[in-house]
Design a protein around this ligand. Structure first.
Ligand SMILES: *Cc1c(COP(=O)(O)O)cnc(C)c1O
Length: 359
């Protein structure tokens, strides 16, 4: 029997990419499916999006190869490039595109013996200070890549916004976009800049290619908002059920560490989901869970395989009744906010023992 299920709504995924296309009618869409499709299933999400996406993006060579081996034929871009010189022939073999962010990678491409050139996106640092050519490296990197026979021409230009989701950093975001376009003046190839937050909030950042990740899955990249605020539909519903229902007296100390004390006589439900399934241990008392058509608060520390909810005095809920941890009934953004994290982390962390079901 399936105790915890991540239900993946393929129609919601399709609705979301269609919604994105309306926001960026002049851009091609690189659907970001790294980290197992943000926990929604790598092949499941890529194959569902395949008729609508123009390309896919992965973070690991293994993810990209797995997509090719399962029959995905659209372009696949490695957002961080490759990590070992021995990976370069694999890029050629599997027809993968790569970001190039440093001179080690440039050298590895120069040194490789390839039958055909590979498509490269030169990555520049516009303010994140994570990956990419620094301002004083841009010209040399561009020159070397353009002179390299292993690089298909024209060379693409790619970068990543660091504060597109942070309204208080408005001027810093503007500066990043302006700098990107300044460098882009010397490039004849394709440009790729906007992530989800850029797509939703910064029309200026829309270039020939955009790279939505989290909004494909129906989730808001902004604190204090949910996907439906942007016409998006949640793709994942994490659901389970009650495996025990028990009455407790006022003052009863519930769970490990006695982290919750019943403020009144009440009924406690035990939901068969814990951090061993990917539900965050950091969820504090009061985190919302859906049971039988209403929201009830968690009570006490989340366990490895279970968590407690306060069903309330006189509750009639029974063993076997459905519980939804997040999804249409409880936005994952609200759970993440309670836990002091971002919804990206919660959906990515779904554990292998969770059953995946599509609708
Ligand atoms: C993960 C990632 C994205 C997608 O970001 P979202 O906020 O999920 O849209 C885009 N570009 C790069 C380089 C990334 O690493």
């Amino acid at each position: 029997m399936n105790v915890v299920t991540a239900q993946i709504d393929k129609q919601a995924l399709i609705h979301n990419i269609k919604t994105i296309k309306q926001l960026v009618p002049h851009s091609k869409i690189v659907a970001v499916v790294k980290a197992n499709g943000y926990g929604h299933g790598l092949y499941l999400t890529a194959s569902t999006l395949d008729p609508y996406a123009d390309a896919f993006a992965a973070a690991r060579l293994s993810e990209a190869i797995s997509l090719r081996e399962r029959g995905i034929k659209k372009p696949i871009i490695l957002l961080e490039g490759f990590y070992e010189p021995s990976d370069v022939p694999l890029l050629a073999k599997y027809n993968l595109e790569t970001a190039v962010h440093d001179f080690e990678q440039v050298e590895a491409i120069e040194q490789a013996e390839l039958a055909d050139p590979i498509r490269c996106w030169m990555k520049i640092d516009i303010g994140m200070h994570r990956l990419g050519a620094a301002p004083d490296e841009v010209n040399e990197m561009k020159l070397r890549l353009e002179q390299c026979a292993n690089v298909r021409k024209p060379l693409g230009l790619i970068s990543h916004l660091s504060v597109a989701d942070t309204p208080s950093e408005y001027p810093y975001n503007e500066a990043q976009i302006d700098y990107f376009f300044k460098i882009a003046r010397n490039f004849s190839g394709d440009l790729c800049l906007a992530n989800s937050a850029g797509i939703l909030r910064w029309p200026k950042s829309h270039t020939a290619w955009v790279r939505p990740g989290i909004i494909l899955y129906g989730i808001s990249p902004f604190d204090g908002k949910v996907g439906s605020d942007f016409g998006l539909q949640p793709v994942m519903t994490l659901k389970s059920y009650l495996i025990a229902v028990r009455k407790v007296k006022r003052g009863a100390k519930v769970g490990y560490g006695a982290a919750w004390t019943a403020p009144r006589d009440t009924v406690i439900g035990i939901v068969a989901t814990g951090y061993g399934d990917g539900y965050p241990r950091s969820a504090p008392n009061g985190t919302p869970v859906w049971v039988n058509g209403r929201i009830v608060p968690t009570a006490g520390h989340v366990c490895m395989d279970m968590l407690f909810v306060d069903l309330g005095p006189g509750a009639q809920d029974k063993v076997g009744d459905k519980a939804v941890l997040w999804g249409k009934e409880v936005p994952v953004e609200l759970v993440a906010e309670r836990c002091g994290t971002i919804p990206y982390e919660l959906v990515c962390r779904i554990m292998p023992r969770v059953n995946v079901e599509t609708v």
